[in-house]
Design a protein around this ligand. Structure first.
Ligand code: PGA
Length: 263
């Protein structure tokens, strides 16, 4: 039986002091929910503040991105080895924002190309994380244009297959997939629970195909995209949805704790 996993993605929000305060409140709030795994992914600079604000083991630490080399002349990058040393046990990979596939129109076209994440870099990052025993949370999802063109399943299949290329199935027991429709991220437009369940089931089928059935049964598949306290229970009640990746609503500790409680 797969346990639920609920992950906070704080993106580029919170100072170190704010992060510590918020993590402490979340840690206290989820004390009685030991059956749900909870992780917080703060900005890199707040990782230590969050780590020290959560002395118990109930909330795990995660990063929002990683670079695949262990060390070298890569100005501004952070490696999986560094994340492991910093106490991270989770890391988001291939988020639509790092892939430059924004659902929000206020991001100018000219900005998008600078994010430069590709299927190939996602694959390299997965390998680096697995090597350092950090659980990757791989994000996949379609844009609105792709959905309207009937390409949702094909786009996601392509993202999944590319991400796991040349990775031994046995290594993939520790990873999670987050289905994040790009059009639902930060827009308030949540994917209908039945459709989110269908896509998560489809993802499990693809994993059975391109990895192996045992791994597909074991891997947790999360939903992300405008998850809130008000819609979390319906989403998490779906049989194929094993939890959530929560952006905006995770910035408020009370709201995030309610989301965890719905799981
Ligand atoms: P959101 O973001 O909850 O603000 O829509 C989710 C995500 O980007 O992971």
């Amino acid at each position: 039986m797969r346990g639920k996993l609920v992950v906070a993605n704080w993106k580029m929000h919170k100072s170190q002091a704010e992060a510590a305060m918020c993590a402490e409140q979340i840690g206290r709030g989820v004390r009685d929910n030991a059956n749900v795994d909870v992780a917080i992914c703060p900005p890199f600079l707040a990782l230590q503040a969050v780590r020290h604000a959560m002395p118990n083991n109930l909330v795990r630490l995660g990063a929002q991105d990683v670079f695949w080399a262990d060390e070298g002349a890569f100005t501004g990058r952070v490696s999986a080895r560094m994340l492991a040393e910093a106490g991270c046990t989770f890391c988001i990979v291939g988020h639509s924002e790092t892939r430059g596939r924004f659902g929000k129109l206020e991001v100018p076209e000219s900005t998008v190309g600078f994010f430069a994440e590709t299927d190939e870099t996602v694959n390299l990052k997965l390998k680096a994380l697995l090597y350092h025993s950090i659980n990757p949370i791989l994000c996949v999802g379609e844009t609105m244009a792709e959905r309207e063109a009937g390409q949702t399943d094909a786009v996601i299949r392509g993202q999944l297959a590319a991400a796991v290329t040349d990775i031994e199935p046995a290594e993939l027991y520790s990873f999670a997939v987050a289905y994040e429709p790009v059009w639902a991220i930060g827009t308030g437009m949540t994917c209908d629970a039945a459709e989110a369940n269908r896509v998560c089931g489809m993802i499990r089928g693809v994993l059975a195909d391109v990895v192996e059935p045992d791994v597909a049964d074991y891997v947790r598949i999360l939903y992300g995209g405008s998850v809130k306290a008000g819609n979390a229970a319906e989403l998490f009640a779906q049989p194929e949805i094993d939890g959530g990746l929560v952006g905006g609503a995770s910035l408020d500790p009370d709201e995030f704790v309610k989301i965890v409680q719905s799981a």
